[in-house]
Write a protein that binds this ligand. Structure first.
Ligand SMILES: NC(=O)C[C@H](N)C(=O)O
Length: 406
């Protein structure tokens, strides 16, 4: 749909990177309109992971570019996990900032109420550098927070522990970390579960107060996300009509025909499917039953988070449920529903608007990256990233390319 489209202005994230002195190397591959969790449904074909498995998605190109050392860091988008999922499969760090902390101006919208530009880099310090450059109010995005952004500093001294923000000056002693039991779901692999337990235990040994917490509405999150996603997609995709911009079919017998043929030709099946179901949910007779109902469930999911902060400062969960499927297995055996299920642990943060980061932990028995996710309350990025850095330091994940030594 947007082949050969050249944007007439820079997105705020890009402009801020340029203003900070960054060199923009290029655009990377993704699932069409960021719909997907594999980077297999792109007009340019699939993105292959350096680890010889599925790259994850939708920002799989960004994650592979970072993992392979093509660039220092990359921007993805994160509506339901599209930064954290590929970060996890590619063994890099992926941050979904608090909704409204980084401007969406210039981002192609998928689900306006959940979209955020995400950041991918090989380590937490690099993520922080990029976040410091791009975060903060932007009057071009009415959903951007107006509160001034205070740059995060995790670098203050050479002594590791004192680099953590004031709340954690003594390392992680006393830090309350919640383990939401509902994230231990049916399709979680034993290997991911063991890794999750092992890190929780290690953090407890390091002085954190690690305890199980309950978030009962997590089980409805995939369905709720799907309904809301498809409704917003149906409305957002209406702008691609073959007239204002984007692909225009060579069929102008009537305006209606031009719309229909342009859209039929230039959208893939995933996008068409979401538009169709979204419009179905939004029909007058269905609106209450699906869209409004999903909004109410979203509120319950948000309430689960509001309640949990009484017991925990941060939450620790898996990022994806398994290691990345091998690319060949994925194409042949995995259907799109299984693929969407890989976002089980990442979607709730988007519905609640809270920040979340995926940190690579270790390699699986098959030699593929496994990661954990940390979530925190709105604007808790300094603490969230401090714990991410603490874990990074503990686990010493073997990066595919060590850029600095190259
Ligand atoms: N951009 C995203 O986070 C998209 C998400 N994986 C989805 O397919 O809806």
């Amino acid at each position: 749909m947007l082949e050969n489209f050249s944007p007439p202005y820079n997105a705020t994230v890009c402009q801020r990177l340029l203003d900070a002195g960054a060199v923009l190397v290029g655009k990377t591959n993704l699932d069409q309109f960021a719909m997907g969790s594999g980077t297999v449904d792109s007009i340019y074909g699939p993105t292959k992971n350096v680890w010889k498995c599925k790259a994850g998605g939708s920002s799989g190109g960004s994650a592979v570019a970072v993992a392979s050392g093509v660039c220092f860091g990359a921007i993805g988008s994160d509506t339901g996990g599209s930064t954290r999922n590929p970060a996890s499969y590619c063994g890099v760090v992926g941050l979904k900032p608090t909704y409204g902390l980084v401007s969406r101006h210039g981002l192609i919208p998928l689900v306006n109420s959940m979209d955020v530009p995400g950041i991918l880099a090989r380590n937490v310090d690099d993520v922080v550098s990029i976040l410091n450059a791009v975060a903060g109010h932007d009057k071009q995005d009415s959903t951007c927070l107006t509160k001034p952004f205070k740059k995060i500093s995790l670098f203050e001294s050479s002594n590791y522990c004192s680099r953590l923000p004031p709340a954690n000056k003594m390392g992680i002693k006393g830090l309350k970390i919640g383990i939401p039991i509902e994230y231990n779901c049916e399709y979680l692999s034993d290997e991911v579960l063991d890794m999750w337990d092992e890190i929780a235990q290690t953090l407890q040994n390091e002085g954190a107060i690690v305890k199980e917490v309950s978030m009962p509405h997590t089980q409805y999150s995939i369905v709720c996300y799907s309904v809301l996603n498809q409704c917003e997609v149906a409305s957002n995709m209406a702008r691609y009509d073959g007239i204002e911009y984007g692909y225009r079919a060579d069929d102008d017998h009537s305006t209606e025909k031009l719309y229909a043929v342009s859209r039929r030709t230039a959208f893939n099946d995933i996008v068409k499917n979401r538009i169709l179901t979204g419009n179905y949910f939004l029909l007058g007779r269905n609106y209450e039953k699906y869209f409004n109902q999903a909004l109410k469930v979203r509120r319950l999911i948000m309430n689960d988070f509001d309640n949990v902060w009484e017991d925990a400062q941060l939450l620790l969960t898996p990022t994806t449920l398994t290691e990345a499927p091998l690319y060949s297995d994925f194409i042949q055996k995995t259907n799109r529903d299984q693929c969407a299920f890989q976002d089980f642990c990442t979607q709730p943060a988007n519905m609640a608007g809270i920040p979340a980061v995926s940190v690579p932990i270790k390699l699986s028995k098959n030699g593929l990256p496994l990661s954990l996710q940390i979530m925190g309350r709105n604007l808790s990025e300094p603490m969230l990233l401090a714990l991410a850095k603490y874990i990074e330091h503990l686990v010493q994940f073997p990066q595919y390319v060590n850029f600095k030594q190259k």
